[in-house]
Design a protein around this ligand. Structure first.
Ligand code: FAD
Ligand code: SIN
Length: 519
């Protein structure tokens, strides 16, 4: 067993920012980060467009950013959270810069500002089209200078330890978290981390769908763990589909064509070459992404085509190459010359607006358990996230949780935590069952729980999911732990939450559209 003051599950922007802040301020406290892959593997690493922050006080204002966020969220944002996040943004960005993150500047040496869907002004700070890679690089570099942080890679968090796990009776509102059970993928052993506080910074759920912009690690583990620990989970029906993932016939994890490319002037065209977005919204290609994704979905349903196109041929290609070198190269490697060819694109699952409910200090409904970043539901995004508000949210909430933990240091109660019990389990030889059920789950979510839903498909999805759940739960019970089975079990939990909370929503809002709802 390891004992630590602060356990962090996840090494994306949320987990790393919090850990760096805590380690800098409290050299005598221990911070342990566990992450299931390489240290930088995360959604953060693939973020392209940038961080939305108000820096230009002439054209832009906090009020405009607040208003854009509220409009995108379609009436379901928490106003006080939106105000807090937007106003804190510049200070948090400044800290990133002090830690060494580089962002593009213009001829005057000021930060170059990009624009994306739903933004009324240019306010997206970026590093070329690989902003997340740069943020992750800078945070990891700072982290490695701090001796009181231990970073354990290829360590998979299986479950949180609470009174439920320990089979201690406790009032539901007094349940506490004491740490987590971890699986070391290198030694294939399971051990306990006991912690005064635990932070879930475990990211998103994109891989639950057959087509996603997310890497394969985005399996919703933290949300599933919190759900099993009976934490409050909300707004799971609001899965955001990014309008422009690069289309490939295989599907799976797809390369993103940043919304900033539309901010740069690209047009969406259907397979007849018609520029359709002005028919759907006055903001055309720069409408918020729920509207653009639903419009593409409608075009695809009408034409029966598998994709639409993003047309960049009228743009200044040299300037494009300088702004979006990664997108340019990736298209070129796929034999798409953006100076002549339209880029085939399709919407893909991208971001989860809901998740583990937290207050402004990142506190969940379980004592000593905190959540930050994409796994959390803060109230910032409402029914649809405004582009580039996600890195911002993680930075602001990591700071708030740090402040909260600075104001007191609470030792967790001295409970006896038993070792993980895997007696009677065997190494599974049924990997084909895991693989098959994963494919079935992803197809089910893609086909029945996609951009446009109806009650019939949602109900059928629940019935199918129950069968997959029963099969995998039994396999999990008798098998020695491996990551694939744990991730699938987590994805099933997440899918259940998305479908059941979709069925509960009787009013269409933002990214949620059910044809059977009257409003
Ligand atoms: P992540 O960065 O996903 O990190 C999660 C971490 O948790 C990972 O290290 C993972 O390995 C670890 N983990 C998960 N489960 C476990 C487990 N069981 N045990 C141990 N470790 C675990 N947002 C913006 O604001 N601007 C953008 O331009 C932008 N572009 C994007 C482009 C793409 C292609 C994608 C996919 C997303 C983009 N987003 C963007 C969204 C944004 O990147 C994410 O929401 C944000 O980075 C999430 O950060 P996070 O720290 O919460 O999670
Ligand atoms: C993008 O660059 O289009 C992604 C931005 C985001 O998801 O916030």
């Amino acid at each position: 067993m390891i004992e630590t003051n602060h356990l962090v599950i996840g090494s994306g922007v949320a987990g790393l920012t919090y850990a760096v802040k805590m380690a800098e301020k409290f050299p005598n406290r221990t911070i342990t980060i566990v992450t299931k892959g390489d240290e930088d593997e995360s959604n953060t690493k693939y973020a392209q467009g940038g961080v939305a922050v108000v820096l230009d006080s002439e054209e832009d204002s906090f009020q405009k950013h607040i208003q854009d966020t509220l409009i995108a969220g379609d009436g379901l944002c928490d106003l006080s959270v939106v105000e807090m996040v937007v106003k804190e943004g510049p200070k948090r960005l400044q800290e990133l810069v002090l830690w060494g993150a580089n962002f593009d500047v213009n001829d005057k040496g000021e930060f170059a500002l990009g624009k994306e869907g739903g933004h009324s002004e240019y306010r997206v700070i970026h590093h070329k089209d690989i902003t997340g890679y740069e943020v992750e690089r800078a945070l990891l570099a700072r982290l490695h200078q701090l001796p009181n942080i231990q970073l354990l890679t290829h360590h998979f968090a299986i479950d949180l330890i609470t009174e439920h796990q320990l089979q201690i009776s406790q009032n539901e509102d007094q349940i506490s978290c004491y740490g987590a059970y971890l699986f070391n993928d290198k030694t294939k052993s399971i051990f306990t981390i006991k912690a005064d506080t635990t932070l879930l910074a475990s990211g998103g759920i994109g891989y639950v769908y057959g087509h996603t912009t997310n890497p394969v690690i985005a399996t919703g583990d933290g949300i599933a763990m919190a759900y099993r620990a009976k934490a409050q989970i909300k707004d799971m029906e609001f899965v955001q589909f990014h309008p422009t993932a690069l289309y490939t016939s295989e599907g799976g994890s797809s390369f993103l064509i940043s919304e900033a490319v539309r901010g740069f002037g690209a047009y969406l065209r259907n397979t007849n070459g018609y520029r359709f977005m002005p028919d759907y919204d006055d903001r055309a290609e720069l409408a918020s992404r729920d509207i653009v994704s639903q419009s593409i979905d409608s075009e695809l349903k009408k034409s029966g085509a598998s994709h639409v196109y993003l047309d960049c041929t009228h743009l200044d290609i040299e300037a494009f190459k300088s702004h979006f070198p990664n997108i340019y190269e990736t298209c070129k490697n796929s034999h798409i010359d953006i100076a002549k060819d339209w880029i085939p694109v399709v919407p893909a699952s991208h971001y989860l607006c809901g998740g583990i409910v937290v207050d402004k200090n990142g506190k969940t409904s379980i004592n000593n358990l905190f959540a930050c970043g994409e796994c959390s539901r803060t109230g910032l995004h409402g029914a649809n996230r405004l582009a580039s508000n996600s890195l911002l949210e993680a930075l602001v909430y990591a700071h708030n949780i740090f402040l909260y933990h600075s104001s007191f240091q609470k030792k967790s109660k001295n409970v006896l935590i038993p070792n993980w019990n895997d007696s009677g389990t065997v190494t599974t030889k049924e990997n084909i069952v895991i693989k098959h059920n994963l494919k079935e789950l992803q197809a089910l979510m893609q086909d029945y729980v996609g951009i446009v839903r109806n009650n019939d498909r949602l109900t059928k999805a629940i019935t199918r999911l129950d069968l997959i759940y029963a099969e995998i739960q039994e396999l999990y019970r008798i098998s020695k732990i491996n990551i694939a089975i744990c991730e699938l079990r987590n994805m099933i939990n997440v899918a259940h939450l998305i479908i059941s909370q979709s069925l509960e929503r009787k009013e269409n809002k933002g990214g949620y559209f059910n044809v059977d709802n009257k409003v």
